[in-house]
Write a protein that binds this ligand. Sequence first.
Ligand code: G4P
Length: 190
Amino acid sequence: MENLHKRILEEGQALSENVLKVDSFLNHQVDADLMYEMGTYFKNYFENHKVTKIFTIESSGIAPTVMTAMQMKLPMVTLKKQGSKILSGDVYQTTVHSYTKDMNYELTLSKKYISKEDNILIIDDFLANGEAALGAARLVEEAGAKVAGIGIVIEKSFQPGPKMLKDKGYDVYSLARIAKLGKGSIEFVK
Ligand code: G4P
């Protein structure tokens, strides 16, 4: 997505070889026009995948996912990150480990918002180790539903997530794919 590449190059800051800061349009301030265009790209890629619902993970995945759900005319569900297990039969939960933040959380989905007939598109802002997307896929599959695909705004292609998800058979579509981060330099996959 050309406009996203442009914004990453103009405003992104490589904080280290592993972390890209994009607070000015995605993770803190949000550029709604850019989010809308992301929605158009996701729609164009996934419109023939028979998607019934779109899931995202709070919080930075929400903006691009709303724009996609609007354009695909589909319901959207935000998976919540709970600090501890909920002891009730009304939810599906799975533990996700974040390597970037070195912490665990319980990804949580109410049973009311998924059924066996669903074919779910999962969208998130960053793909690093793939643990969040894989956790979302586990919840979908635990409910007996299918994963239609995984849409990512910024994939760090040099980290393990993209290959791991593709090796498991998921259709991963990323709007920007970063090959390398260095102090003051950002390179995309060619
Ligand atoms: P993973 O799911 O691919 O394994 O990623 P990981 O747990 O390591 O990422 C944890 C959090 O850090 C996620 O946000 C993810 O979006 C974010 N993140 C990972 N790499 C980068 C990066 O290079 N730049 C930025 N800006 N964020 C990154 P989160 O905890 O879910 O927070 P949020 O969605 O509430 O913003």
